[in-house]
Design a protein around this ligand. Structure first.
Ligand code: NIG
Ligand code: FE
Length: 421
């Protein structure tokens, strides 16, 4: 059966070639091919280059043809930080925040993450599934082809396992790749808060009860901890992530979002795949990240949604040589967006990243943060044919236009999974 597809009419093809994490000046090298073409064979890339060279391949002659009419194509976004499964929005807290309440004040009064935990525990599996499926369609319609998804709104063994099991089921039902992360240590659940040593007790449950089950059922690749004021301490994070490693789960961290706990340096010591947020880092954290293989994943949607202005120091991180990635942090409390293009706009105007840097951070470096840089995140021979096409003339217009969706088409493993009406 002939399953080849020849894509032409690409005014700018951003290949992001290299298949490795980008640092410093390399972050802005998009590997642009003008009048480009891509040949897809059985869901993988068989040839890539100028239209002339790709059309010259013998296989191209009998391939099905797709002309995208002079638009810009690039690798599907790899959104390496999402909290996909949750039951409802927290619009009521949004209004409180606008009126002046801080994220932490709301959390202390039982709102915040615990509010979402209550809602998730009360929700049916069907309702959770429907909400997640709708979000996934929205991700795809904004050009995303791979996401990471964390548990963390269950906070008891049964609910956390249910979330991860649901993620596994949804992975089979729809086209985009979902990479699972166990975040049992999001915050200490309500039922442990009244107890002396409640946080320690819960930490032990995460380590001794949840982690072994998650690993035994092969429900997650990564283990994450929210290490911050009001969540888990550095010591607790270290115990959990070390135990996670023993079970074969790679560490990643919510680090220095609200306060500086030195979680970043812990992440580097443990060889974490990524430290995420980083709004409160200092120069020694920047040096540590720059000298490491740990990605620095920035989530500017949070500050934007919370109305804060202490964005992470992206320029310093890039200039020091850290592996900077960008993600949505899709979640109901701090960043209710599925839109990587919006994150790119924020990265440019608020983090002072250039459009080229932002695109690389959202594709190849996102893939690296999920340890998938050999398979996705760039358009190169043998990689998965995950591409998105935007209705723009120049790649800089991808972040330039904000608040509207310019995604025209998304392809996953060579199949069209979204097409603008
Ligand atoms: O990445 N900071 C911790 N976790 C999420 C927020 C979760 C929530 O408020 O529901 C974050 O910002
Ligand atoms: Fe998060």
């Amino acid at each position: 059966m002939d399953q080849n597809l020849l894509i032409t009419g690409i005014s700018q093809l951003l290949t992001l070639r290299g298949s490795s994490a980008r640092r410093g000046a390399a972050l802005s090298k998009l590997g642009i091919v003008k009048d480009g073409a891509v040949l897809v064979r059985d869901g993988r890339i068989a040839a890539v280059g100028t239209r002339r060279t790709v059309e010259a391949c013998s296989e191209s002659k009998k391939a099905e043809k797709l002309d995208i009419g002079g638009r810009v194509a690039f690798p599907g976004f790899v959104d390496s930080h999402t909290h996909l499964i949750h039951a409802a929005s927290r619009a009521e807290e949004y209004e409180l925040k606008i009126r002046g309440a801080s994220y932490e004040e709301i959390a202390r009064k039982g709102g915040g993450i615990l509010n979402s935990v209550k809602k998730l525990r009360a929700a049916t599996k069907d309702a959770l599934q429907q909400r997640a499926r709708a979000a996934l369609e929205a991700f795809v319609s904004h050009g995303t082809t791979t996401i990471e998804a964390k548990s963390g709104y269950g906070l008891d063994a049964a609910s956390e396992l249910n979330i991860l099991t649901l993620q596994k089921e949804i992975r089979e039902q729809q086209p985009i790749d979902i990479v699972s992360t166990f975040l049992g240590a999001h915050v200490v659940p309500e039922e442990f808060r009244g107890k002396a040593d409640g946080a320690e007790l819960y930490t032990t449950i995460v380590m001794e009860k949840m982690l072994p089950e998650v690993a035994a059922q092969d429900l997650a690749e990564f283990c994450d901890v929210f290490c911050d004021r009001g969540a888990f301490t550095r010591q607790q994070a270290k115990r959990i992530l070390t135990e996670g490693k023993r079970h074969g789960l790679l560490p990643r961290l919510h680090a220095e979002q609200l306060s500086r706990t030195r979680a970043t340096q812990l992440g580097v010591e443990l060889g974490a795949a990524s430290c995420d947020h980083l709004e409160q880092i200092n120069s020694s954290d920047i040096t540590a990240l720059a000298g490491s293989q740990t990605a620095a994943t920035l989530l500017p949607g949070c500050d934007f949604h919370l109305g804060l202005k202490n964005y992470a120091p992206a320029r310093k991180l890039i200039d020091a040589g850290a592996i900077v990635a960008l993600a949505t942090d899709y979640n109901p409390g701090t960043s209710p967006t599925v839109s990587m293009p919006m994150i790119l706009s924020l990265a440019c105007t608020q983090l002072r990243m250039t459009p080229a840097e932002a695109i690389a951070a959202a594709t190849i470096n996102g893939a690296y943060a999920l340890r998938r840089e050999k398979n996705v995140g760039s358009i190169e021979v043998d990689k998965q044919a995950d591409l998105t096409v935007f209705e723009v003339e120049d790649y800089r217009e991808i972040p330039y236009y904000f608040g509207e969706n310019r995604c025209w088409m998304t392809l996953k493993r060579g199949e069209i999974i979204y097409m603008q009406d």
